[in-house]
Design a binder for this molecule. Structure first.
Ligand SMILES: NC(=O)c1ccc[n+]([C@@H]2O[C@H](COP(=O)([O-])OP(=O)(O)OC[C@H]3O[C@@H](n4cnc5c(N)ncnc54)[C@H](OP(=O)(O)O)[C@@H]3O)[C@@H](O)[C@H]2O)c1
Length: 501
């Protein structure tokens, strides 16, 4: 196992939602599991003035609800000693110079530094510029790494503009573009599943796979984040980033090695092979919707337009689905269906792979209804699981068939669950880029969705709606290539047939 070098983690935006809910708790869990060496310091940086002691008390408050008092007491003695705070008020022209003097001058801050941009995307260029101008991004006495949160731009052009502003002060090797989805164990398991098992490779292609579905659906609505969501929409928020990454991992060629560059080279090749969608074909390849009022888990919820902060005439999509083709040797002609939505019937993230039917239906007389093709399904959320649906003979004197599900929940009793941010923070400290996005990946993903964004931003008169608590607009079925293809909502056997919907 690689060891972590002494380093300083600077969290810019330490008082914000992400830092409170994810980053600080993740660092604390690393402390609990003894994964933080003694020589790691954490400097919170926010706009609110506060002393180190006040900050430590605030951090303790963030952790209280998550840990039993005895666990917190034992580990906070160590964790609290790592905590420092720097105030960055907007009207203080000297604050970045003071930050530099503190970080470069005080012995408790090791010269290897991670700057975590837990601030709104509009602040990224400004803060990087400030840090660069005071010399904090120069790798003289130690390495300097910058973590950039998503979204990375809001279209191809803005991503490229943001990138140019980063390159004034940083090399690509210093930049860690985070997509926390990639830090989920199950997503990494897709690679283990594909490359650790020889039996899949011969069938992982257009000859055997009918189509691939990638779904991320949520019960939740915009949850007070309408300000952000109104400008983003489901396509940018989830599909361009997380779902496109899942597609790349499912479809990429085996890399030369699992090193960061080899992995990312293969992902980029797949993303570049996605057939471009012309503006005139957007409606055949993409579908959007917005939730109306409805019932979710027995509770009546308002429509998107009734949410606080949403414009009365908003056509921002809360549901987005796309059909993509990958024009390469392995995948020619195989549709990849991607969808994401808020206020849907269930919380589920899954990759469902449907295989072709056998070339001859020799068991027609023995099966009920239409032929049941094989499915392989990888559940990512809420439960990580692996399922495979196959045909077997029903016990008895006659030859009758039925579908069974081989169900492997690979989490064993007593095995600890880790949040994606825990692993990703460790990776940044270790200098491992494997699960972070390279700029060419980001650009390739924007190229795929840009035409859809353009057309949707022009067509502002109408958007399909769906009742909250449903599986999205019915019209989305027009994306399917054939009548026997359908969204796989559930990973259980009941979801295995078109008749179920
Ligand atoms: N929250 C999530 O679950 C989530 C998930 C995925 C990605 N992200 C990304 O993570 C980033 C942070 O999101 P968030 O939800 O935490 O936003 P947030 O709640 O608005 O927090 C941002 C924080 O940054 C502070 N800030 C602004 N400028 C600063 C500066 N120059 N120096 C230090 N602090 C500064 C803000 O201070 P004030 O309070 O004074 O304005 C605020 O506390 C965003 O890029 C977002 O897209 C968030």
């Amino acid at each position: 196992m690689k060891t972590i070098e002494p380093c300083t983690i600077v969290i810019l935006g330490a008082g914000g939602d992400l830092a409170r809910r994810k980053l600080i708790p993740a660092l604390f869990r690393l402390e609990l599991f003894n994964r933080l060496p003694e020589s790691v310091s954490i400097l919170g940086c926010g706009r609110k003035p506060m002393s180190d002691e006040q900050w430590a008390a605030e951090v303790r408050g963030m952790l209280e609800a998550k840990h039993a008092p005895e666990v917190l007491d034992a580990a906070f003695a160590r964790f609290g000693a790592r905590l420092h705070y720097h105030a960055n008020p907007p009207d203080d022209a000297e604050s970045y110079q003071r930050l530099q003097r503190r970080l470069d001058g005080e012995p408790q801050f090791p010269p290897n530094m991670v700057f975590y941009m837990s601030v709104r995307p509009a602040e990224f260029p400004f803060i990087i510029d400030k840090l660069g101008n005071v010399g904090l991004l120069q790798e003289k006495g130690g390495w300097r790494r910058v973590v950039i949160e998503k979204p990375f731009g809001y279209d191809l052009l803005s991503a490229q503009t943001l990138q140019q502003s980063l390159y004034h002060h940083l090399n690509e090797s210093q930049i860690y573009r985070i997509d926390h989805y990639l830090g989920k164990g199950t997503v990494q398991n897709v690679m283990v599943f594909r490359f650790g098992n020889v039996l899949l490779e011969p069938i992982w292609n257009r000859h055997y796979i009918d189509h691939v579905q990638i779904t991320h659906s949520e019960n939740l609505g915009v949850e007070g984040r309408a300000g952000y969501f109104e400008g983003a929409g489901a396509l940018r928020d989830m599909l361009q980033s997380h779902l496109m990454q899942l597609l790349a991992i499912v479809a990429m060629e085996p890399p030369v090695s699992m090193s960061a560059e080899h992995l990312r080279d293969e992902k980029v090749k797949v993303l570049k092979a996605i057939r471009p969608i012309t503006q005139s074909s957007v409606n055949a390849h993409a579908f959007r919707g917005q939730y109306g009022s409805g019932v979710v888990n027995g509770v009546t919820v308002p429509s998107y337009l009734e949410e606080k902060g949403v414009a009365a005439d908003s056509v921002t999509e809360t549901y987005a689905a796309m059909k993509l083709f990958i024009d390469n040797w392995r995948w020619a002609g195989v549709p990849f269906y991607l969808r994401t939505g808020k206020r849907m019937a269930e919380n589920i993230s899954a990759i469902c792979i449907r295989f072709r039917s056998p070339p001859q239906d020799l068991l027609k007389h023995a099966s009920h209804g239409s032929q049941h093709p094989n499915w392989i399904m990888l559940g990512i959320q809420p439960n990580d699981c692996l399922k495979m649906e196959m045909q077997v003979k029903v016990p008895g004197l006659d030859v009758r068939t039925r579908t069974i599900s081989l169900d492997a929940t690979y989490h064993q009793k007593g095995e600890e669950n880790f949040d994606a941010y825990e692993g990703l923070l460790l990776d940044v400290m270790l200098g491992d880029h494997s699960l972070f996005l390279r700029i060419d990946e980001v650009e390739a993903a924007w190229r795929v969705v840009d035409p859809v964004i353009k057309v949707w931003s022009m067509e502002r008169d109408f958007i399909n709606t769906y009742p909250a608590g449903s599986w999205g607009p019915r019209g989305t079925y027009r994306l399917f290539d054939r009548e026997d293809q359908f969204w796989r909502h559930s990973l259980s056997l009941e979801g295995a047939t078109l008749e179920a919907y």
